[in-house]
Design a protein around this ligand. Sequence first.
Ligand SMILES: Nc1ncnc2c1ncn2[C@@H]1O[C@H](COP(=O)(O)OP(=O)(O)OP(=O)(O)O)[C@@H](O)[C@H]1O
Length: 498
Amino acid sequence: MDQTPVLSLSQVSKAFGAVRAVREVSLELHPGEVHALAGENGAGKSTIVKILSGVHRPDSGRILLDGEPVEFAGPGDAQQAGVAVIYQEPTLFPDLSVMENIFMGRQPRSRFGIDRRAMRAAAADLFARLGVRLDPDQPARGLSIADQQLVEIAKALSRRARVLIMDEPTAALSGNEVARLFGVATTLREQGCALLFISHRLEEMFELCTRVTTLRDGAYVATDLIADITPDDLVRRMVGRELDALFPKQETAAGEVALKVGRLTREGVFTDVSFEVRRGEIVALAGLVGAGRSEVARAIFGIDRWDAGSVEVDGRRLRPASPTAAMAAGLALVPEDRRQQGLVMDLSIERNIGLAGLAAVRRGPLVSRAAERRRAADWAVRLRLKYARLADPVNVLSGGNQQKVVLAKWLARGPSVLIVDEPTRGIDVGTKAEVHRLLSELAGSGVAVLMISSELPEVLGMADRVLVMHEGRLAAELSRAEATEESVMAAATGRSAA
Ligand SMILES: Nc1ncnc2c1ncn2[C@@H]1O[C@H](COP(=O)(O)OP(=O)(O)OP(=O)(O)O)[C@@H](O)[C@H]1O
């Protein structure tokens, strides 16, 4: 590439105390390219994003804008320079309309005040440029995450952003929404924007990106043309070793029914859901985002009430709407939204892992700190957690490593029925295989596992049976042999009868 990059980093380093998050990393973003930033959990990707967007200042090294050194004293400076970040879950003002969110503080004015007609036209124009349909007058409240991201992208465009950074934007999107986002990204690239794209899904990097820069343990590994490398090459660059099988599913004989859900209904959310999970089985709950899978899980675990039906664990009926009763019966739920439901952010890693399983480390009325620490250390190794000290608060961990702490917290409890909602979302390829092996081992040891997953390869690779939900109902039950990409998608989109 002979043009000058719009934005680049040269030999940039950043440490947090003893943690050297980014070490002498260089990165060039050219107009008209989608550049992937790859690396395992804790490799330093988000730190790079924060340096590019003016949130963190590098300890050493330079940021160059159009080839000239710049300093971003804060996010405002980076924004001024045309750098915009689209986060996985944007934070719009719910009570304002789509167009007010876009033009916040910069509304077009006429002699009589804010010119709503001009604002509406400008918003419509931005959406037309992006090739998407959204109503400028709609309130932001109630927009899907995918639509909220589009509002953020429109906002960035309206500010004439030249560099768009997307930090794991696809993690919470459905297949169609990902396709739409990729369409928008391609349009922006063709219009001359530079895009930096972060994802843990290899296929996405290969579909969308032109080049990829890989980080490992904060250090720069390589920048490659996507066309020149294979997914295996990329994994090797990220992990620094060969990977074992990604779906190490053990064959197990199914035992007694451990979880029995009968005609469970929550009005307006899901209807007449019945199924069983036996000891030793991994049953996947598949379906599109919004089909009601997480809602069923939350109701089973007692977080949400249900209107009709029953849940039995080991033959005993559960008291509705009581997570305490569910836990006492041997049920565990690893929630989808881990930050809000899974962790106490300013408590230490070891205390967070200990939280759900206090009984196991309790001697008399006291919790043994030594036992808690040993157990936390043991799980940290098993899940390849990247941390400085177990006494550090979980909020200093990278996003993916926080996910691992939630997993550890529930796995450490030794449940008899484990419900995992998107167990590997945000988790890097190296650890994904590890999590799959753990789930498989747990099932092998007699745990009944109900796994909600939007990743078809994970569903097909791990499940003994696949239940598919469509619009709040079970649309199909498929054996491991019957479950294929086509059969699951057909049921998930309502194209096949139960
Ligand atoms: N504010 C902070 N204080 C202390 N350590 C931090 C802080 N922010 C990041 N770190 C550490 O820096 C390292 C890199 O973290 P970063 O969030 O950049 O990783 P990442 O590649 O984005 O990971 P993931 O894929 O899990 O999101 C991690 O070890 C993390 O714990």
